[in-house]
Design a protein around this ligand. Structure first.
Ligand code: ZN
Length: 312
């Protein structure tokens, strides 16, 4: 991919503006590939399916373009922890030429999105941010605990985790919402598996298609979702809705090291040995399910613990 805009698809009918991000972390190319492939599927759909209509507009964007090209998570700082409103505003007020790395990324990304909204004036704005993880089996949606968001998240057929935005700052979900954009703005994230797995691309494709169906951009019977079954099968034995209990933040000086073999959604008991750092062993602080155990060098979170809750 040679530019930030992966592609765009516009329907003839009015509808939402759907903005999908890949590679907000540069070392996570699966989302970019999935967006590109869904856009290609949309291009050919009218040929084989004359009744196909698309409502609104779909814009696919690379989040951290420079990091994506260099195949690293980020250059100077995590873009997906830097999208704090005041900070973004301060960056936007600067001369673009004076900016570098993530500040420049932020400037370009937000400017582009604002122009798109201005051009399209959508009645509804939906953001989907695609990610992958360093460990296997990390397939889930993140959203706010409100009906409209949960409906979209459940439609993506993966376990849904709420409460994730508490305790951290500056993620896409913190920034792309009704406070900073228009009324009726919804923001979700989707984790589609391990960074290098081909299946992570397939799962992300399925998530995008189901999202487009749920928000009404495409009708339920159109655009065949070949990969939906993988997600339905995968999430069968997992809780439908969980909430964040523990985030274990780390710094590079901690020398954090996750013990090998942990998987996403693995059941753990309070006191189980999970990792170690320079101060010694780290035990699970609560009973629950382990999420995103860190098996890569760069990252600000060692692991998360979530617990199942009732669906609303
Ligand atoms: Zn990520």
């Amino acid at each position: 991919m040679k530019e930030r805009i992966i592609g765009k698809y516009e329907g003839e009918e009015e509808g939402p503006l759907f903005i999908c991000f890949g590679a907000m972390h540069g070392n996570e190319p699966a989302g970019v590939e999935a967006i590109d492939l869904v856009l290609k599927m949309l291009e050919v759909e009218p040929i084989t399916n004359p009744g196909f209509t698309f409502k609104g507009r779909f814009l696919g964007l690379i989040g951290n373009f420079e990091a994506y090209q260099r195949k690293v998570r980020f250059i100077n700082k995590d873009l997906n922890r830097s999208l704090d409103k005041d900070y973004v505003d301060s960056i936007l007020s600067k001369d673009k030429k004076s900016l570098e790395s993530e500040d420049k990324e932020m400037y370009e990304l937000i400017t582009l999105i604002r122009e798109e909204i201005e051009d399209c004036k959508p009645e509804r704005l939906v953001f989907l941010d695609l990610h992958t993880t360093s460990s296997y089996g990390g397939i889930f949606s993140l959203c706010y605990e409100e009906k409209e968001s949960l409906d979209i998240a459940f439609a993506m057929h993966a376990p849904v985790v709420v409460g994730f935005t508490e305790g951290i700052k500056g993620t896409t979900m913190h920034y792309f919402n009704s406070n900073n954009f228009q009324e009726n703005t919804i923001s979700l994230s989707f984790e589609s598996g391990q960074h290098e797995e081909q299946l992570s691309v397939n799962r992300a494709i399925s998530a995008i298609i189901n999202c487009l169906k749920e928000i009404g951009s495409i009708d339920a019977g159109h655009v065949e979702n070949f990969h939906e079954e993988i997600l339905i099968k995968y999430s069968k034995s997992l809780p439908k809705l969980t909430t964040l209990l523990i985030r274990h933040p780390i710094t590079p000086e901690d020398n954090f090291e996750m013990y090998p073999g942990f998987r996403n959604f693995q059941k753990i008991k309070k006191g189980d040995l999970l990792a170690r750092d320079k101060s010694g062993p780290i035990k699970a602080q609560e009973d629950g399910l382990l999420l995103m155990p860190l098996y890569q060098k760069k990252g600000e979170d060692g692991f998360f613990i979530v617990k199942e809750i009732e669906t609303v």
